[in-house]
Write a protein that binds this ligand. Sequence first.
Ligand SMILES: *Cc1c(COP(=O)(O)O)cnc(C)c1O
Length: 396
Amino acid sequence: MKRRLSTRCVHAGEQPGTSGAPFTPIHNSTTFRFADTQSLLDVIEGRREGGLYTRYGYNPSIRSTEAKLAAVEGAEAALLFSAGMGAASALFFAHGQRGILYLGDAYGGTLELLEDQLGQLGLRSQGLLGHELDQLDAALGAGVGLVFLETPTNPRMELFDIAAIAERAHAHGALLAVDGTFATPVNQRPLELGADLVMHSATKFLGGHSDLTAGVLCGAAPLLEAVVPWRKNLGQVPAPETAALLSRSLRTLPVRVRQQNANAQAVAEALQGHPAVAKVLYPGLSDFPQHALARRQMRGFGAMITLELHGGAEAAVTTLDRLTLIANAPSLGGVESLATLPMITTHHGMNPAERARRGIHEGMMRLSIGLEDPADLIADLEQALAKASCLVEPGP
Ligand SMILES: *Cc1c(COP(=O)(O)O)cnc(C)c1O
């Protein structure tokens, strides 16, 4: 019988060994010894899943975390990386050779890779924003092997219809890969909706405590087999300690994420209609433009909220600097709430015209809601926004 998500998070993939420890020990070893040459050949040739050499990913701590991640995502297999960008770059190298089409706003590092770096190696890529999807079939027809998207996106929380885009990608012989970092496997199941591959920055919600850097790519085994040599020879495997720490975190993923969803919903609702706030972008609000798609595609609406403040950049900086509980830090997904200004962090290097085209406003503040009591978070935001309210021009 297939066990349910919370049970898989706790138990799937564990290789406790014979010591009586409930979970996989940390195998802090770069190499593994064999009783005889035939046993070594069995591992090299894939007949047995033993340890061999840790940079290959053939280490029980790494493999057991991969088995858990595959079970959590509902995938045939998973590959662990030393960072989310490791997963993204290996994905592009392995499956982007026939051209990459990326949709919407991608994470800054991903965008830099797609727009500046992959081209230097002869890989073609093209981007379409959410309001340009009428050009999707034409772009796919021009020759694309891989479609890549994030949903929800950073920082506008724009959603893409995974099932609809998977169908159109497949009709043109392309694969669909989804960066599911913001949603997590608790809130969104891209493979069940028709995507071929899912990646996450495990640094964020999967790790969940702002104390590890890792990435993961999940999907069918043959698709991941094409990625393995890239990961191996680019040296993108994480340390066994990191793999073990990530497994520790995954055991509590559903309880953390469900509570973070509830806290974010409370914060988003409390800030709606605040005099300093022009817009609250959160998929769980009934007036969010894509709320219907969010309800159809997501099981929970996540912990990421973006505020657009009336007073522009000045109001955003004033508010950020007055927060006392919520920390000014450019990451997300931890148990502690964080705030950041996209203008200053994620979209810092972008020229103003390009920012405007992407709908990135100067008064945007992105929140990652953690596990504090939502009343304390709301109180902190309200006291910080009180100052920004004074910057708003009085109405007629
Ligand atoms: C952080 C992030 C990444 C990159 O992950 P790292 O672990 O920092 O390499 C990729 N995509 C999204 C959506 C992210 O938030």
